[in-house]
Write a protein that binds this ligand. Structure first.
Ligand SMILES: *[C@@H]1O[C@H](CO)[C@@H](O)[C@H](O)[C@H]1NC(C)=O
Ligand SMILES: *[C@@H]1O[C@H](CO)[C@@H](O)[C@H](O)[C@H]1NC(C)=O
Ligand SMILES: *[C@@H]1O[C@H](CO)[C@@H](O)[C@H](O)[C@H]1NC(C)=O
Length: 686
């Protein structure tokens, strides 16, 4: 019923007044929404205009003054530096401490015995770095031990390499070049083949630097003593000897060596000649694969010990939806000075904080809460972020809108982005707003697509940075951004400020660009009234995955359930997009329409959780994402649907009926997950 009561005679006037009122309200609301949009646009524009290369340069210089390996005093100092910067900007900050089992070297040596009788004690540390305070090259969590053994060259150390080799490596030390698999997987495979030790080197352009690549050899992520639960003071912690713990550690000693040392050994191996395909290793034209006659005597002594690690946060409270979180994260700990890995990202995080602080002072209030996260102990296996995600699993699961990661922000030229596909549209949109760093007058989008021959957004199955626990454990939509790849000083003592200044980003323009994308994504996700997530590209990407999968499957496995679920997701996505459009056209900002918008936002946020399966990925505690996740078969060419990939490789020896059933079951599991995502997007009970 109308709230107006009026006499018939004055009804016309009143009606006219009422219409005027409605028009006025319409105009005010319309202007209000336009104003909100204009203001948001204004803040985004201001954010970009506030970038200066000097601030990046000075943050990076400060962060890389000394090495800051996780768990050390200098690492704590770096954490305090970051917190001090946040505080001085007037931001609310927090530091979260955890205790975790880390691993450090005590002593190592490598003596090469040549067939000529010559014996050479190889330098393991990079030249000129002996008294620098940089940790000696080592593989974290390698067992202590020594071996005196013949050397065999096994290329990348994959199953196919051992098959091509045709040599029994039992009792030998294998020489491996890094590249195709994680360190832990390489060592595990070598141990399975009977090798007694592993020597690993990195070839490529890095030869001229002759650095040595440190790294973790532990499998999985997070503190090994609290698998899939958060480390808390006085909480449950496993013993180091517990099977759950030790199964994540390598079983035989391994050691990183320089390409120079590897070449010295490789050139003196006998046996069958190097297969043609392997000859590009170290540019080796002569020599064999072994075993021997060259022998190595290697000794590694390390210690695993509990150490304090620190995550540092800056929190910008949301004004309208304080309990919705937009998280930006980068790790801070480094193997050495960490100019590229990871502090180019930390400099970007700090510069975003600096610019956000200016926006706050000029009246900006993010609609949703933004959290800037600086993680510790990523290098040991994403320990800082994983423990924090485990501690906050419930609240992240219900309230985290997105996590955007930047690890090595700048490694060299070329923009790269990885994301869950609902990010695609907004990611493309913001790259059209940011200047490209490498060609005058070009926007980032043009540079990016020109070098790729189109938009190329990769996906996030790899477990190689801090987005992994957010995506795998909590089902939070994730993105990961960086400039350049395969930089030659990766994890070496030469990853320093001067390398960045000379090679990586001399004028810090790439830093400006990557932080532009990062910050704009954050501003959209924090301020857009309707979250800028589109699930149609997700459905299209899934369909492409299915098309590729089909080629590696026998016809007896039906992909129909998966195809049907993807169609279901596509129609749910279309409904959500239509609803978003309608809600944006409505000029009302009454309570009901605000609630409707927030309800839609929650569904756009939660749909990603649908891809989590209760039973998760086989053999990987806590890993639940059934679309993007690590398969146990790390040699598979498919980097999605990990459950299906594993069923394919594990059922090879089964009879065809059993095999078909095993794979079919996994197809059904993914189909149910995709249906769950569609249900979450629709949000109705049925
Ligand atoms: C390799 O050699 C070891 C010991 O010399 C032996 O026990 C093993 O069976 C051999 N493996 C193969 C596949 O021949
Ligand atoms: C291997 O090297 C260690 C010292 O690093 C030495 O004690 C040991 O005797 C050597 N073993 C052989 C077999 O040469
Ligand atoms: C910043 O860029 C300008 C040129 O645009 C350059 O002259 C200056 O050296 C740069 N500063 C740093 C610290 O890289």
């Amino acid at each position: 019923m109308s709230i107006f009561t009026f006499k018939q005679s004055s009804s016309c006037t009143l009606l006219f007044v009422a219409i005027l009122c409605i028009l006025a309200i319409y105009t005010i609301h319309h202007t209000a929404i336009k104003n909100t949009q204009n203001r948001a646009e204004y803040y985004r524009h201001t954010f970009l205009s506030l970038a200066t290369n000097q601030t990046f340069s000075s943050y990076l210089k400060d962060l890389t003054l000394h090495p800051h390996l996780a768990g050390t005093k200098l690492s704590l100092k770096t954490a305090q530096y970051v917190q001090t910067q946040f505080t001085q900007l007037g931001l609310e900050t927090e530091m979260a401490e955890f205790q975790a089992l880390l691993s450090y070297p005590v002593h190592s040596s490598l003596i090469v015995h040549f067939s000529t009788g010559a014996v050479k004690d190889m330098a393991l540390m990079e030249m000129g770095m002996a008294n620098s305070g940089v940790v000696m090259p080592y593989h974290a969590y390698s067992p202590s031990g020594s071996a005196y053994a013949k050397v065999v060259f096994v290329n990348f150390g994959r199953e196919e390499d051992y098959s091509a080799l045709g040599v029994n490596v039992s009792g030998c030390a294998v020489l491996v070049r890094r590249g195709e698999m994680g360190r832990g997987a390489v060592v595990e495979k070598a141990a399975e083949k009977g090798a007694v030790a592993v020597l690993m080197y990195t070839d490529g352009d890095g030869n001229s630097f002759n650095g040595v690549e440190r790294g973790t050899a532990m499998m999985g992520i997070g503190d090994p003593l609290s698998p899939a639960w958060a480390d808390v003071l006085g909480g449950e912690r496993l013993e180091v000897g517990d099977n759950e713990v030790s199964k994540r550690f390598p079983k035989i000693p391994s050691m990183p060596i320089s390409a120079g040392t590897a070449g010295t050994i490789l050139r003196t191996l006998g046996g069958a000649p190097l297969p043609l395909k392997w000859r590009d290793a170290l540019g080796a034209k002569v020599g064999g694969i072994g075993p021997g006659p060259t022998m190595v005597n290697l000794t590694y002594q390390g210690e695993k010990k509990m150490a304090a690690i620190y995550n540092v946060f800056a929190i910008l409270r949301g004004s309208e939806e304080p309990e919705r979180y937009v998280l930006l994260g980068n790790h801070r700990d480094a193997w050495t000075y960490g100019a590229v890995d990871p502090n180019s990202g930390t400099a970007a995080l700090l510069d975003i904080a600096r610019r956000f602080a200016i926006l706050l002072r000029s009246g900006w209030k993010p609609r949703r809460t933004i959290v800037l996260c600086s993680w510790d102990a990523e290098e040991f296996g994403m320990i800082g972020s994983t423990e924090w995600v485990e501690r906050n699993l419930i609240n992240l699961g219900s309230k985290a809108v997105a996590y955007i990661n930047v690890d090595c922000a700048v490694q060299g030229p070329g923009f790269f982005a990885r994301a869950t596909p609902q990010f695609d549209d907004i990611l493309i949109e913001v790259t059209k707003k940011v200047k490209g760093p490498d060609s005058e007058g070009m926007i980032l989008y043009e540079e990016w697509t020109r070098s790729n021959g189109g938009v190329n957004i990769r996906r996030l199955s790899a477990v190689d940075s801090d987005f992994a626990p957010f995506l795998q454990f909590a089902g939070v939509p994730c993105a990961d951004l960086y400039y350049g790849r395969d930089f030659p000083v990766y994890h070496t003592a030469f990853d320093s400020y001067s390398w960045m200044k000379l090679y990586g980003d001399p004028l810090f323009r790439r830093h400006i660009s990557v932080s532009g994308v990062w910050g704009l994504l954050a501003l959209h996700l924090a301020d857009d009234i309707i979250l800028p997530f589109n699930y149609l590209p997700y459905a299209a990407q899934l369909q492409e995955h299915v098309n590729v999968l089909r080629k590696s499957l026998e016809a007896s496995v039906s992909l129909d359930p998966l195809v049907a679920s993807i169609e279901n997701l596509a129609s749910a996505a279309k409904e959500a997009n239509d609803e978003a459009k309608k809600l944006m056209e409505q000029e009302n900002s009454d309570e009901l329409s605000i609630l409707k918008k927030q309800a839609l936002n929650d569904r756009l946020m939660l749909a990603e959780r649908g891809f989590l399966g209760v039973d998760g990925i086989q053999g990987r505690k806590g890993f639940k994402h059934l679309v993007y996740g690590p398969a146990s078969d790390y040699e598979s060419k498919l980097d999605y649907f990990p459950g299906i990939v594993d069923a394919i490789s594990q059922s090879k020896r089964m009879d065809s009926r059993e095999r078909q059933a095993a794979i079919q079951h996994e197809v059904w599991r993914v189909a149910r997950a995709v249906d769950n995502a569609a249900k979450a997007l629709r949000g109705q009970l049925l």
